[in-house]
Design a protein around this ligand. Structure first.
Ligand code: ATP
Ligand code: MG
Length: 422
């Protein structure tokens, strides 16, 4: 090998759009997980985890062939035996698959489930947008009651609050049924065509493809036109309108502030009735923190019986980006076991193990440092006590807070720490 070879070597990097979760970040994520468990658990939601990959057909049907996710964002591969598999891009279709596969409709309804898992989408990576990312999600399957929609929204609001997501807004709408939506889309297109000369060019070009986007335009003339545009919310059937009114009343009673957003479209074809999205101003372009809605048609699309359901998913990385002040609790070290002499090694090893069995956080010297080096290290990791193991089972126990040090036999060390008197 030539002398210059090492300088050309570059360590292997994690694939583009992926990231390592290093210990500091793992501790912050644990806070999110703990809060989700507490908040969702208190409402009777139970944890579910589905496989990392599924039959491609599940997403093609359950997310929708026409969606961006299925069209452009899936990691799909052949399993070597002629079956097409896909790394899960979202959690709702897999949870519904599991609901059907395990006969959960025989359980008391709704079945309330939550998950915290990795998902995969082939997207252009940027801040808050990755190719492998985490979502916490919740689904309530088997209820069409507006209380279910409102409860789920309140639970996500509480979770975002508990984690400290900043300046979040809740956008809310109702999509009615797919039929209502299709009719409305035609009506909106007619309206836009009738006002074509007054619309911004980009809006005009997208009348056929995405007429709803006209509501998001910044162009002043377009905005003026859109003030008189027909609204989907005014076209809901009486039953859908009543359902939505009840969801809104429950949110208002709960003090949850929301904004009606007539252009709120969620990425999936099968959404019905309530849809919502929480955004955070902290996030810039990727402002969506989490969202969801009712998907009364999905289980049937997966060959199940008609089953109303509602759920949401929130991006963990975006929650953490927005919750800048979220600090994990300090890590405690009750005891560091140091060795005065190399021949104390077996006693020290056993003492550390017994301490852990007694419920203490105990670390053992593992780097062959000098005694001075060991004490410095114990201080650096914030150990409350250091047990310096000498020969013949004698131990000096030092209280790192007060600096007091006393001599004990090895059997007395753990009881002394548990009593807190060192
Ligand atoms: P966006 O409009 O930002 O693409 P989306 O509508 O595709 O979001 P959903 O499918 O509703 O997102 O997923 C729920 C949440 O998951 C999002 O609000 C976001 O916080 C997070 N999320 C979605 N895609 C990614 C990604 N590629 N990387 C990181 N988080 C993501
Ligand atoms: Mg997306």
């Amino acid at each position: 090998m030539s002398a210059s070879a090492p300088s050309r070597k570059r360590v292997i990097q994690a694939p583009r759009g992926t990231f390592d979760i290093l210990p500091e970040s793992a501790a912050r994520r644990k806070v999110v997980e703990g809060q989700a468990e507490k908040i969702l658990g208190a409402a009777g939601y139970r944890r579910i985890e589905t496989p990392t990959f599924e039959a491609t057909e599940l997403f093609a049907r359950g997310v929708g062939e026409a969606t961006d996710i299925v069209q452009k964002e899936m990691y799909t591969f052949d399993d070597g035996a002629g079956r097409s598999l896909t790394l899960r891009p979202e959690g709702t279709a897999p949870v519904c698959r599991a609901y059907l596969q395990h006969g959960m409709r025989k359980l008391a309804q709704p079945v309330k489930l939550w998950y915290l898992s990795t998902f995969f989408r082939a997207e252009a990576p940027q801040r808050g947008r990755y190719r492998q990312f985490w979502q916490v999600g919740a689904e309530a399957i088997g209820s069409d009651r507006p209380e279910t929609d409102a409860e789920l929204i309140v639970l996500l609001a509480d979770l975002l609050d508990a984690v400290g997501v900043r300046h979040d807004r809740l956008l809310l709408s109702s999509l009615g049924t797919p039929e209502t939506r299709a009719e409305y889309r035609e009506e909106l297109k007619d309206f836009l065509r009738a006002h074509e000369d007054e619309l911004a060019e980009e809006v005009r070009n997208r009348i056929e493809l995405n007429p709803l986007r006209a509501f998001d335009s910044d162009d002043p003339r377009t905005r003026a036109v859109m003030r008189d545009a027909p609204k989907l919310l005014d076209r809901l059937t009486e039953r859908d309108a009543e359902h939505f009114a009840q969801v809104r009343a429950l949110l208002e009673d709960a003090g949850v502030r929301y904004e009606l957003d007539p252009a709120l479209v969620r990425g999936l074809d099968y959404y019905t009735r309530t849809v919502f999205e929480f955004t955070s101003d902290e996030l810039g372009a990727q402002s969506a923190v989490g969202g969801g809605g009712r998907y009364d048609g999905l289980i049937e699309l997966l060959d199940g019986p008609p089953t109303p359901a509602v759920g949401w998913a929130a991006g963990v990385e975006r929650m953490l980006l927005s919750a800048r002040d979220l600090a994990p609790p300090a890590e405690l070290v009750d005891l560091f076991v140091a060795m005065a002499e190399p021949d104390g090694s077996r006693t020290a090893f056993e003492l550390a193990r017994e301490a852990r069995r007694a419920g203490l956080q105990a670390q053992l010297e593992l780097a062959g440092r000098s005694l001075k080096g060991q004490l410095k290290h114990a201080d650096r990791i914030g150990a409350r006590f250091v047990a310096i193991v000498g020969s013949n089972g004698h131990v000096s126990l030092r209280d790192m807070g007060s600096g007091d040090q006393r001599e004990l036999t090895v059997q007395d060390v753990i009881p002394a720490i548990l009593r807190g008197d060192g």
